[in-house]
Design a protein around this ligand. Structure first.
Ligand SMILES: *Cc1c(COP(=O)(O)O)cnc(C)c1O
Length: 355
């Protein structure tokens, strides 16, 4: 069976050797040495100043909204995983969708300004499939209208834009280290900001508001990464370059073999991470036919992201025609470390024969 992704599992003895350090210390959570070591190694690997490891990639979105004191309306993308929208609603704010660019699939910066009202407090956009948003244009709009910017960079491990980590853009960026993501800790994630004071606030918020053992800085939540999660991260990290190279190999085959289909347009000056390989079919009918044919051969691509987030049951009056259309026609093909070239070619052949 070939799925859209397959979790990279490091050699078990390497994971166990790292876990043993937690055992020997008798310390498995509350920011032990493994979490701190992982944070240091990730900062170096990614080239970022501040990084806070968290227990997943969703709480960071909620914490960012809280830390920035956002209220009212938040402009966001309808083409993302549900967590982007649900975090806004969960924090008591109203998501206002701005349609996506038909080729980059990120929020269309040219449509943002018309959606701004006196209630707008921020823009929360997704670098979807690891493809950077138009970060410079968004920064100009945010400055002009005094808005905060949060990037859901869940897909962006290792992505750079204009020579620097994509996590350094926006007021706050977040990442997911879920098992289905390129780099993972089973469940996990991270918060990023270049602003030291804001970083301190994020830190307090992720640990109940604790300021020392007996003092509280304010209200907080629990989003701490455990030592067990950090051990997985430390075991996976040495393989990350290999994982990316193998994904690049797979992407190159898809890209060439399926050149008659619309593929993701990666933004110029970005170094992409091959986190996903989406293809866009001419019609939903073709997509469903291709999927059926792949399923018959035990191959399971995924409809990321379908349905369009404007269709969520708790969303009203949302209209984003481009996102709604693309959501129906886009399919993410299997891409992961050890998928063989033969398997990738088999997938391509089934797709080509389906048309
Ligand atoms: C995976 C994902 C998340 C959520 O991350 P978790 O670690 O699963 O909580 C948020 N946003 C996007 C775009 C994602 O793909």
């Amino acid at each position: 069976m070939l799925n859209v992704t397959k979790t990279f599992l490091p050699p078990q003895e390497e994971y166990n050797a790292i876990l043993k350090r937690a055992w020997d210390k008798g310390w498995i959570t509350n920011r032990g040495t493994l979490v701190k070591e992982l944070e240091e190694k990730l900062k170096e690997h990614l080239g970022v100043i501040n990084l806070l490891a968290t227990t997943n990639g969703t709480l960071p979105l909620q914490i960012a909204i809280k830390a920035l004191g956002l209220t009212g309306e938040i402009i966001t993308t309808p083409f993302s995983y549900v967590a982007t929208t649900s975090s806004i609603v969960w924090e008591g704010c109203t998501p206002v969708f701005v349609d996506i660019h038909p080729e980059y699939l990120t929020i269309d910066e040219k449509k943002i300004e018309t959606a701004i009202t006196s209630q707008t407090s921020a823009i929360m956009a997704t670098h979807v499939f690891g493809n950077p948003c138009a970060v410079e244009a968004i920064e100009v709009i945010a400055k002009k209208h005094n808005l905060k910017v949060i990037y859901d960079a869940a897909h962006c491990f290792g992505v750079t834009y204009k020579g620097k980590s994509i996590f350094e853009y926006g007021d706050v960026s977040t990442c997911s280290f879920h098992a289905t993501k390129l780099f993972h800790t089973g469940e996990g994630g991270a918060l990023f900001t270049k602003d030291k004071e804001l970083f301190d606030t994020l830190f307090y918020l992720h640990n109940f508001g604790h300021m020392g053992k007996e003092n509280f800085q304010g209200i907080g939540i629990n989003a701490k990464m455990s030592e067990l999660q950090a051990a997985m991260g430390l075991a996976v990290l040495p393989y990350v370059e290999r994982i990316k190279k193998n994904r690049e190999r797979v992407a190159a085959i898809y890209s060439e073999e399926l050149e008659s289909l619309q593929q993701l347009k990666v933004r110029k000056e970005a170094i992409w991470n091959f986190a996903y390989f989406p293809v866009i079919f001419p019609t939903e009918k073709t997509l469903l036919q291709v999927r059926e044919n792949l399923n018959k051969s035990n191959i399971y691509p995924r409809r990321y992201f379908y349905p369009c987030l404007t269709n969520l049951p708790y969303i009203q009056n949302a209209d984003s025609p481009i996102s709604q259309d693309i959501s129906k026609r886009i399919l993410c093909l299997p891409i992961y470390d050890d998928i063989s070239t033969t398997e990738v070619l088999q997938i391509c052949n089934i797709i080509k024969r389906s048309k």
